[in-house]
Design a protein around this ligand. Structure first.
Ligand code: DON
Length: 574
């Protein structure tokens, strides 16, 4: 693969440059400094090195950020099957340098036409977790292929065939299994072995594991990608791939039909936007809750001097926690698919409502979650995902998060098609008031209705400074996505970190219920001690999110790419 060799050479050159000049070196302080990679013409940051290389090669061939994003989207479906997908859905935010507008493409999965409110309840009225998370009924109608194709048609410059070809090559020629890839399969082995179609893809013919160093080839998936390259979205939604999906459903009691697939359309939506300390923040509107709540939380936090209080001090964490609780309480009541329910978006994001919520926060006292209820915003009437960020030489920007929900989705491969199905139906409120796998509680606004999109937390975000893109970020992490993305923004704007430090810094999370602060390793014992003595229940959990981000410094003309060290990705620029 010639493109691969060229890029490996470039990255070596780039790394050498980084050690010679770095414009922010003047700011070195006593704290540990980590540097992002930098470049002038284009930058791609994803959670998987081959996909990054493919995106960067598209930029270098003259493709724009959307061409590269679509190429990366298809590449991750091959190289990162735990999250990259054609059997799931997601959201893409695009900044177009031509007209300075930001657009949101919603390619979230939809409930099948036969779905109904109580479809996951057993005879006793309890949610059947196995059914909603791991059965053929767990899948929503996939949106990825339609969403990527729509983005390319509207904003790209290359053909579908051109941008899918690198992914097809990797699928056919295979790629070298990494320790991380192999561990992922081992982790899910029991479930994978229970489906013949999944077994055939993820195990060797003799049933043994692919080990690091082995070459992983996916013949069925290569054939599917070739069909999409040649026939476009029709292959997936009306043609041979649709036939394979519906045959899989019919064999195993799933409900996705040919009509559901043929009727699937991605939606072009107006992003939600707000301001924070003079910056403009654009993010994903419903059916994601991410954009609304990130803006709501920024509005509340704008009234506190976080910089003076310090990064990750107990005082700052307390204010962030109280803010998060209130936002997630509102999420539980108001958020759902705007094509089906009225979401009070403007009210939730208004500065006035934020002031009301801020006034409830006592800087020295914890409010237990049981004393917090969803508020009344004005105007109200009634562990896997992956994020990548791309900037091209003309200043176009893509911030994309897509998912099949859990790692490897439902664990079910469509027989003969080689790709995994999502288990996104778990993002609906299978029973209002009963938490889903992420502990998130929902209400009627997120109840199951045929053809409705399930609520998401995915928060692809673009922050503008003086009207120009400044920070491109987003994350996986289920319910933690919104708070993780929030912290990258705060770390850059309030705490003056470079983008790599902002991405690396230890993170915390509170989601109202359970009433508990979850913290990564890396907080000081003193901070945790103070928070506990204030009355907080603090748990130290595993790492949260993977915020592959780019910062654009218009003064120097440099792009800074920060891959999240919590995963195994790569930032690459030229
Ligand atoms: O859309 C959502 O909010 C979830 N399905 C995302 C799941 C996720 O991030 C899991 N990964 N880490």
């Amino acid at each position: 693969m010639v493109w691969r060799k060229i890029f490996m050479l470039n990255i070596v050159v780039l790394c050498a440059c980084v050690s010679i000049v770095y414009p922010q070196q003047a700011n070195i302080t006593a704290r540990d400094i980590v540097y992002p990679i930098y470049a002038r013409n284009g930058m791609v940051v994803t959670s998987e090195p081959t996909a990054t290389e493919i995106g960067a090669s598209i930029l270098q061939q003259g493709g724009n950020a959307v061409d590269a994003a679509v190429a990366v989207g298809f590449a991750l479906a091959v190289t990162l099957p735990r999250a990259g997908n054609i059997g799931g859905g997601g959201f893409m935010m695009i900044y177009s340098a031509d007209d300075g507008r930001v657009t949101a493409i919603d390619y979230r999965e939809k409930a099948p036409g036969r779905a109904h409110r109580d479809m996951y309840l057993d005879e006793d009225g309890h949610v059947d977790a196995e059914r909603v998370q791991y059965s053929h009924l767990a899948s929503g109608v996939p949106g990825t292929v339609a969403g990527l194709a729509l983005a390319l048609e509207t904003y790209g410059t290359m053909s579908l065939e051109q941008v899918i070809t690198p992914a097809i090559e990797v699928t056919e020629e295979g790629f070298e299994v990494t320790p991380w890839f192999s561990e992922g399969i081992k982790y899910r082995a029991e479930r994978f072995r229970s489906h013949a179609s999944t077994r055939e893809v993820f195990f060797k013919p003799d049933g043994s594991f692919y080990e690091p160093g082995d070459v992983f080839v996916q013949e069925d998936l290569a054939r599917m990608l070739r069909l999409i390259a040649r026939q476009g979205t029709d292959a997936f939604y009306r043609g041979e791939i649709a036939d394979l999906i519906t045959a899989e459903m019919e064999r195993h009691g799933g409900w996705i039909t040919k009509e559901d697939l043929a009727a699937y359309r991605p939606a072009v939506r107006h992003p939600v936007s707000g301001t924070y300390r003079g910056y403009q923040v654009f993010s994903m509107p419903p059916p994601s809750s991410g954009g609304v709540h990130i803006i709501q939380m920024l509005n509340i936090l704008e009234g506190f001097d976080l910089k003076a209080l310090g990064h990750n001090t107990a005082a700052t964490i307390h204010l962030m926690t109280e803010t998060m609780k209130r936002a997630y309480a509102d999420r539980s009541r108001y958020l759902g698919d705007p094509d089906f329910v009225d979401v009070p978006v403007e009210g939730l994001m208004s500065k006035a409502y934020a002031s009301t919520l801020r006034e409830q926060i006592d800087p020295s006292k914890v409010t237990p979650s049981q004393d917090i209820a969803p508020g009344t915003p004005p105007g109200y009437e009634s562990p896997e995902t992956t994020h990548f960020s791309i900037v091209d030489k003309d200043g176009n920007v893509v911030s994309n998060t897509y998912t099949i929900n859990f790692s490897y989705g439902s664990g079910i491969v469509v027989q003969g098609a080689g790709f995994l199905l999502n288990n996104e139906m778990d993002d609906f409120s299978a029973k209002p008031g009963v938490p889903n796998d992420d502990g998130l509680i929902g209400a009627d606004a997120n109840a199951i209705v045929p053809n409705k999109r399930m609520l998401s937390s995915m928060t692809p975000t673009i922050v503008l400074k003086d009207g120009k893109p400044f920070l491109v970020t987003g994350s996986p992490g289920g319910s933690r996505i919104i708070t993780t993305t929030l912290q990258v923004i705060l770390n850059v704007i309030d705490h003056g970190m470079n983008v790599q430090e902002a991405v690396n810094a230890p993170r915390m999370h509170h989601q109202w219920l359970p009433d508990q602060i979850r913290m990564e390793e890396g907080f000081s014992a003193d901070t945790i001690h103070i928070l506990k003595s204030m009355g907080y229940d603090v748990i130290t959990g595993t790492a949260m999110g993977s915020t592959n981000s780019i910062l654009i410094d218009h003064q120097t003309g440099f792009l800074y790419g920060a891959v999240d060290p919590r995963r195994h990705g790569l930032a690459m620029g030229y």
